[in-house]
Design a protein around this ligand. Structure first.
Ligand SMILES: Cc1cc2nc3c(=O)[nH]c(=O)nc-3n(C[C@H](O)[C@H](O)[C@H](O)COP(=O)(O)OP(=O)(O)OC[C@H]3O[C@@H](n4cnc5c(N)ncnc54)[C@H](O)[C@@H]3O)c2cc1C
Length: 374
């Protein structure tokens, strides 16, 4: 049996960012396992927004956490580039959520004011404002707004990235710092011992570690169950469509449409209850296209060339689970939506917490146990 310091199960964005944080903290021999299941392409199938806007309306500490993450993103991306040479294509050009009609515009205004109060309650700002139609049009002069658009909520302090390059850069930085990445190796069994060490059995052999991190997306449910704990997550499918490349026109990402650095328009986002079914459907594509064309009529001229579905990891209150497994202080579980936006927190807060170096004040609000009586 091989002996290592820390094992991280799951090489998606959560596991890879955490593993990088651990090696940056000098955690010793860290091994990251990923089973590479085609159905678990969440970290490759997302929209790539690095946002705080609209998050945490019913969970002030989550609002604070998202804002902290957004503030860290520019340095986080610069560090990854310096360490690996990978440019994750961060564009810090803000972000907007459009409104159709007066009613939706007023609802957006109210939600901005209400989140501003939520943020005040935890001592942070909420730099989001409403733009009327002409202000919104001035922000994106090369995209003609559809006639139903009345304005948008907007902040200049967030952006978007290429999630594929982000995942590559994280894994690359981890390995450059001495971490060991084992792709295509699935963890079948976890055996905790009385002395606090843990044995994990993979398809290829057994490993003993001092600390274990379970960041296996939907795969974490089975692993936690084997440790006697229910993980409070549920699946939610999102479908995305991609157009052929165009010259750059849209520099500010909108919640349902963004243009990537290489010119494709990414169009989303559905929220569907389909268990673990990742298929795409014509009905969802049609709805997404209608909505996007209502926002930007010129999108009707571009061919749609690709689509996919991916299954979000959702929690009942939308905020992350960062939690010690009950009765096993050396085993941590990380399960969340918005792992792109929150990636910098894995480095600055989660990795040091796993190592017992410090505990961010917010973490007690993100336990798995908070849902036990819900
Ligand atoms: C349509 C859509 C749009 C999204 N848009 C955004 C966005 O704009 N911004 C944002 O921040 N977030 C977005 N998200 C959410 C984001 O993609 C996820 O939060 C993130 O990918 C979760 O990463 P993860 O590492 O936790 O999980 P995963 O990506 O699922 O990674 C878990 C990994 O664990 C591995 N694994 C599972 N079981 C085992 C095992 N037993 N042994 C070894 N390995 C195992 C799997 O192979 C997998 O690679 C979006 C999601 C969807 C579906």
């Amino acid at each position: 049996m091989k002996s290592v310091d820390i094992i991280v199960i799951g090489g998606g964005l959560s596991g890879s960012a955490t593993a990088l944080g651990l090696v940056r903290e000098g955690a010793g021999k860290v091994v990251l396992f990923d089973e590479h299941l085609p159905s678990q392409r969440l970290s490759r199938g997302n929209f790539g927004l690095t946002w705080f806007m609209c998050k945490g309306a019913t969970h002030p500490v989550y609002a604070q956490w998202c804002r902290m993450a957004a503030q860290k993103w520019p340095d986080f991306a610069a560090d990854l580039k310096e360490e690996t040479g990978y440019d994750v294509e961060l564009e810090w050009t803000g972000g907007a959520v459009h409104a159709f009609g007066e009613e939706e515009f007023n609802a957006h205004s109210q939600s901005v004011e209400s989140l501003r109060k939520v943020c005040e309650s935890v001592g942070i700002d909420y730099p989001v404002k409403m733009l009327d139609r002409s202000e919104f049009q001035d922000l994106i002069p090369n995209m003609q707004l559809g006639e139903d658009v009345t304005g948008a909520m907007y902040t200049s302090e967030q952006g978007h990235v290429n999630p594929l390059k982000l995942l590559t850069a994280l894994r690359c930085a981890f390995q450059k710092k001495g971490g060991i990445f084992k792709g295509g190796e699935s963890i079948g069994k976890i055996i905790p011992h009385k002395n606090g060490t843990v044995t994990v059995k993979t398809v290829k052999g057994s490993y003993q570690c001092e600390k274990l991190v379970i960041a296996a997306g939907h795969g974490s449910t089975r692993l936690l169950k084997s440790l006697g704990e229910k993980l409070h997550i549920y699946p939610s499918r999102g479908q995305l469509m991609v157009t052929e490349r165009q010259k750059r026109m849209l520099r500010v990402p909108i919640l349902c449409v963004r243009q990537t650095v290489d010119g494709t328009f990414l169009i989303g986002l559905t929220t569907e209850d389909t268990a673990m079914d990742t298929r795409t459907t014509a009905a969802a594509m049609k709805d997404e296209a209608i909505n996007a064309i209502r926002l930007f009529p010129q999108l009707a001229k571009y061919n749609w060339v690709r689509a996919w579905g991916a299954i979000r990891v959702m929690t009942p209150d939308g905020a992350p689970i960062y939690s010690r497994v009950q009765g096993h202080d050396n085993i941590t579980v990380l399960a969340l939506h918005s792992a792109v936006s929150l990636a910098p927190m894995k480095i600055s807060a989660i990795a040091p917490w796993i190592l017992g170096k410090n505990e961010a004040e917010q973490l007690k609000h993100f336990t798995n146990g908070r849902f036990n009586n819900a």
